[in-house]
Design a protein around this ligand. Structure first.
Ligand SMILES: Cc1cc2nc3c(=O)[nH]c(=O)nc-3n(C[C@H](O)[C@H](O)[C@H](O)COP(=O)(O)OP(=O)(O)OC[C@H]3O[C@@H](n4cnc5c(N)ncnc54)[C@H](O)[C@@H]3O)c2cc1C
Length: 517
């Protein structure tokens, strides 16, 4: 049963998963638009809580919510928004945790989940065209039924929409072998802030001369450049074999040298994911089936059976030489089947979005040590999961357990995301995404001149500043003025300092102690 917590405006899925609004959005899908305050409140945050106190700075509640059914309706609504000088906030499932689809000065939220049709699956040419509100899981299942394979998708696939993940420029399951969202996309239809409709690429042809295609302009633009209304992806035939293998270590840091060897070995798993001991302990503490073997690394291998056999043997050799123990194939299969349900621990009735950073592989252990130090300083309980994004990069996602209803403590925990981000920058990496919390840091991501160029492009495409204002290029406020990046950073740093003096988080400790008895 879905548990809907009306008071806290949260809806938890049976898996303790993901986003706060899906259950409501499903109900509200019946309605094409709403001005109702209660309903609009549901769109005033995404997966992560934004405390009410923030209303002093941001007007997070949209003035209206629209659920457009097609491109024509979006064009009409954009025209209306221009005439009213109201912001437009494109929104998928609201499963991101950085506030990308949360208004900063009200406006019209476009809930894109009603545009959920798969328009065409071209089996002969291996392409698929779909609307942006389709979930990644629905797309993968539709392709599977035709003998095709979606090479890459986010682990939030059951709820995350095509448009949402594309706009966060995400990396995900399958990225290690097949590339990420950007590499999948052939073409997009986008409604621009002046109502023009553009196609960004070509249905069959990848970027290859003829001037640059425009996919790059919208992937990762966090809803600030236009509304994605249709996407064409290149897909693959289903591999003969998809096999999961798991290995455990007593200490996650032993994985790094093995990973560096594997990258050089030419063996290319589709996906590599890992969790630390605390992650699996917590899962068992909430009654989930999870192995009691310490830290675990699970990889998925794809291809013809014979080549998968060869790859498995090569990986066995590398991992066992590094001191790993190979886990039984049932454990590996179970871990693979759980790949979309990483945050089941949220069932403790608490939780917030993880800090999420990308770092070079050779800095993995330095950042693991630094992360453990921050967790200790801020008196938090934070299990850690992660993936290997590509041959150069690891994504670390420590997620903190905190009580969303204790606003001071949970807001203060945002200081954790800031400190983790700084640690990543110090080590040649960076946080994943800007959203509301990291907007203003664009120059840190792209360099001063790069950030200026992105700002110029944004101003040219959106001269009225109506497309998701206050995001990506600036931290906007309800008063129309932007907060300088340093001020937002300082505020987040102070939240961390406040967290240091607050009592220790105790969430989950009782359950954990019971488990250990
Ligand atoms: C359990 C869990 C697992 C996750 N795993 C991954 C992972 O493996 N990899 C990863 O990269 N991320 C992951 N994430 C975060 C991830 O970014 C989101 O889950 C997902 O990509 C966002 O999709 P959404 O539909 O919820 O978008 P939203 O949160 O609604 O929106 C995200 C951004 O996209 C914009 N947007 C949405 N739709 C459109 C549109 N049609 N046109 C223009 N802009 C639009 C919004 O304005 C916003 O800026 C995970 C999150 C959770 C909770």
């Amino acid at each position: 049963m879905e548990h809907i917590d009306l008071l806290g405006m949260r809806a938890y899925h049976p898996a303790g998963e993901t986003n706060s609004h899906i259950a409501f959005q499903k109900v509200l899908m019946m309605v094409e638009s709403t001005h109702d305050e209660m309903e609009r409140r549901l769109y005033s945050h995404d997966l992560a809580p934004l405390p009410k106190e923030m209303d002093v700075i941001f007007k997070t509640m949209p003035d209206e919510v629209k659920r457009p059914k097609d491109t024509q309706e979006i064009i009409q609504e954009v025209r209306r928004a221009i005439s009213l000088n109201r912001p437009i906030i494109p929104r998928g499932a609201g499963s991101w945790g950085l506030g990308g689809s949360v208004p900063v000065k009200g406006g019209i939220t476009f809930d894109m989940t009603a545009m959920n049709k798969i328009i065409e699956i071209d089996v002969k040419n291996l392409t698929v065209i779909a609307q942006p509100g389709v979930t990644w899981k629905a797309l993968a299942e539709a392709l599977d039924a035709k003998g095709l394979f979606l090479p890459c998708y986010p682990s939030s696939a059951p709820s995350a929409t095509l448009g949402g993940w594309i706009n966060t420029g995400g990396t995900g399951i399958g990225a290690y072998k097949y590339g990420s969202a950007m590499d999948l996309i052939r073409d997009m239809e986008v409604v621009l802030p002046d109502t023009a409709v553009v196609h960004t690429g070509d249905k069959y042809v990848p970027q290859n001369g003829g001037g640059p295609n425009l996919n790059w302009l919208f992937v990762g633009s966090e809803g600030t450049m236009g509304v994605v209304t249709e996407v064409t992806f290149a897909v693959l035939p289903k591999p003969e074999e998809l096999r999961a293998v798991s290995y455990s270590f007593d200490d996650l840091r032993k994985f790094q040298p093995a990973l560096q060897r594997m990258v050089r070995s030419g063996v290319t798993p589709m996906h590599i994911m890992f969790g630390d001991r605390l992650h699996f302990d917590y899962l068992r503490a909430v009654g989930k089936h999870a192995p009691d073997v310490g830290c675990m690394i699970t990889m998925a291998l794809t291809g013809p059976k014979t080549s998968v056999d060869v790859e498995e043997k090569a990986i066995d050799e590398i991992m066992l030489a590094a001191g790993a123990k190979k886990e039984p194939s049932e454990t590996a299969q179970h871990e693979w089947s759980e790949r979309n349900y990483e945050f089941r621990v949220r069932e403790l009735g608490v939780g917030a979005i993880p800090g999420e950073v990308l770092i070079p592989i050779d800095k993995m252990n330095v950042v693991l040590d630094g992360t453990a130090k921050i967790i200790k300083q801020l008196k938090m309980n934070a299990p850690l999961i992660g993936t290997v994004a590509d041959q150069n990069t690891v994504m670390l996602m420590p997620y903190y357990l905190t009580d969303e209803h204790k606003l001071v403590a949970s807001t203060a925990a945002m200081g954790f995301a800031k400190r983790l981000g700084d640690l990543a920058f110090e080590n040649g990496g960076r946080p994943v995404g800007l959203g509301v919390f990291f907007a203003g840091n664009l120059a840190k991501y792209r360099g001063k001149e790069g950030a200026k160029l992105i700002r110029k492009i944004k101003d040219m495409i959106d001269p009225n500043g109506i497309m998701n204002p206050g995001h990506m290029v600036e931290t906007g406020t309800r008063y129309g003025i932007s907060l300088p990046g340093w001020m937002m950073n300082f505020g987040m740093h102070m939240m961390g300092s406040m967290k240091r003096v607050l009592p220790r988080d105790r969430i989950g400790e009782k359950e954990l102690a019971k488990l250990k008895k």
